[in-house]
Design a protein around this ligand. Structure first.
Ligand code: PRP
Length: 219
């Protein structure tokens, strides 16, 4: 098989990967040993299926690789899907992993006398400027977003922005940084995503893998 004919599955680095791998394996896909070797610098891995490779990229980049057809399948949170809103991506299956929420938070002392429903303009540090702007615009609030790629929780104490929009899971990061969750924008889970064009051109193969993941979720 030519390398360009391979089916490519994009998986997110980090926390979600630990929850995703049991499902990937239950779906019948086993990556080569280098995948689990922290010293390996490989980014693309062979699997037990000669025609399937796995790539491991940042969670936001999973959506981009799949949207452009560079990967055919992937695992991405609806936070990422909402931010990009790529029409080329179809998300047929909620995998029920990576559960968290996308929330607005602010310093405890600010939250004490604050009502988000009264805001007319806010400055927000976030990795999700599009979702944040859309969320606030829907109720007539202008959100001025400062894009950060991580450690949003630092922004209020350093005077960058008094509010943040970020993922909250246990809430421990907010507490540790003196912040309070004041509004939930969306509940988040990870989804199996596919490239729509690939779903048409490689229909049998793609629907077969969607089914395998569906069964793996139910098991
Ligand atoms: C996420 C998120 C928060 C934290 C929330 O970051 O951005 O900082 O987890 O989790 P908690 O509510 O359980 O404390 P992550 O550790 O995934 O790293 P990142 O900043 O690189 O996204």
């Amino acid at each position: 098989m030519r390398p360009e004919d391979k089916l490519v599955i994009a998986l997110p680095k980090g926390r979600i990967l630990e929850e995703a791998m049991p499902l990937v394996r239950a779906a019948g896909i086993e990556p080569e040993p280098a995948f689990d070797d922290p010293k390996s610098r490989l980014l693309r891995f062979a699997t037990n299926h000669p025609h399937i490779d796995i790539i491991r990229v940042r969670s936001f980049d999973v959506a981009t690789f799949v949207a452009f057809g560079a990967a055919h399948l992937g695992i991405a949170g609806n936070d990422v899907l909402m931010e990009f809103d790529y029409p080329e991506i179809y998300a047929p299956l909620d995998l029920g992993i990576g559960k968290c929420r996308l929330s607005v938070a602010e310093p405890d002392d600010v939250a004490a006398g604050d009502d988000p429903r009264r805001w007319s303009h806010v400055r927000i540090a976030t990795k999700y400027p599009e979702v944040t702007r859309r969320h606030f615009a829907a109720r007539g609030v202008q959100a001025e977003c400062v894009k950060l790629n991580g450690a949003m929780e630092l922004a209020p104490s350093l005077g960058l922005c008094s509010r943040i929009v970020d993922l909250v899971s246990s809430g421990a990061t907010l507490v540790a940084n003196g912040l309070k969750e004041v509004e939930v924008i969306a509940e988040v889970t990870s989804r199996l995503i596919v490239n729509r064009a690939a779903l048409k051109t490689r229909s049998d193969e793609m629907t077969g893998w969607i089914e395998n993941f569906r069964k793996a979720c139910q098991a």
